[in-house]
Write a protein that binds this ligand. Structure first.
Ligand SMILES: C[S@@+](CC[C@H](N)C(=O)[O-])C[C@H]1O[C@@H](n2cnc3c(N)ncnc32)[C@H](O)[C@@H]1O
Ligand SMILES: [Zn+2]
Length: 267
């Protein structure tokens, strides 16, 4: 009978989150030469998040209902123009591409690379993404300490998710690029509790900051469009955005402004 170890191969991308050495992957585990070991979950993903606080009862990142709303909303095609702009900016990647804060995998599914990876701090998000894209590799991990080898990636993306540029520089190969999607100043303005013209100082600061191309980018395009909503899509959009924590209830809406930056920069 073939030994499981026979089937193990050294990952060109994934690294042990404890010591940074390349991971040796087999069907059921990932190990490093120091002896750290990680079990593969039933759905195939690896949990490479370290620091016990996040591991047990807590659900870091999106809550289950936010994730379900996100899956429904994104499948309805409301943000398809964003996915198309992301795919166009990333292009066909010759090498490994990693989607940081991949959520349930919608944007990851639009990336074309020879080797596709997704990472999120939320285990449930990673489970959903792994089920959606069985041909890609998904890991639970932190954007701020990526379980990824130095200079191993051609492209790193982050869509409405954390994007620490120093960490991206560490993992990108020479000539590699990062691509982010971030909110523009008018993004979902009708949904925000301050959209009645009495915007406070904080909201104005945010609008001002978002009016310029994202810091560090060498190329950025702003994508703006009006999105019609029915009650279901409006509810889902509200549930999946952080605005829900700032507002007591969803305002009545039949359309919203979508306004995002699709930006990129060098390693
Ligand atoms: C607004 S959601 C965007 C998800 C997905 N990119 C999309 O647009 O559908 C932000 C995502 O970032 C993840 N996230 C937040 N903090 C993170 C961190 N420190 N490391 C990795 N992922 C993180 C959340 O769990 C969540 O899935
Ligand atoms: Zn290790």
């Amino acid at each position: 009978m073939a030994d499981m170890a026979d089937e193990a191969h050294r990952s060109d991308v994934l690294a042990c989150p404890h010591c940074g050495l390349a991971l040796l992957l087999s069907r059921s585990t990932a190990t490093c030469e120091t002896g750290h070991s990680f079990d593969r979950a039933k759905g195939g993903h690896l949990n490479l998040l370290i620091g016990g606080r996040l591991s047990s009862g807590a659900v870091p990142g999106d809550t289950p209902d936010a994730l379900a709303a996100r899956r429904r909303f994104l499948s309805s095609g409301g943000y398809a123009p964003i996915a198309a702009a992301l795919a166009e900016t990333v292009g066909d990647v010759d090498g490994a591409v990693l989607d940081v804060g991949c959520g349930e995998g919608y944007y990851t599914s639009h990336l074309r690379g020879t080797d596709r990876y997704g990472l999120d701090v939320s285990k449930r998000a990673v489970q959903m993404a792994a089920r959606l894209l069985p041909d890609s590799t998904f890991v639970v991990g932190s954007a701020y300490r990526l379980p990824v080898q130095d200079h191993s990636l051609a492209v790193v993306t982050s869509v409405f998710a954390p994007h620490p540029l120093d960490e991206f520089a560490r993992v990108l190969r020479p000539g590699g690029r990062w691509v982010t999607v971030t909110p523009g100043p008018m993004h979902l303005v009708e949904m925000r509790p301050t959209s009645d013209g009495t915007a406070g100082g904080k909201a104005l600061d945010r609008q001002h900051r978002r009016a310029s191309a994202p810091e560090g980018s060498t190329s950025a395009r702003r994508l703006e469009f009006r999105l019609d909503l029915d009650d279901t899509t409006a509810d889902d959009l509200f549930l999946m955005t952080p605005i829900r924590w700032q507002a007591t209830a969803r305002p009545p809406l039949t359309s919203v402004t979508v306004d995002v930056w699709v930006a990129s920069g060098p390693a």
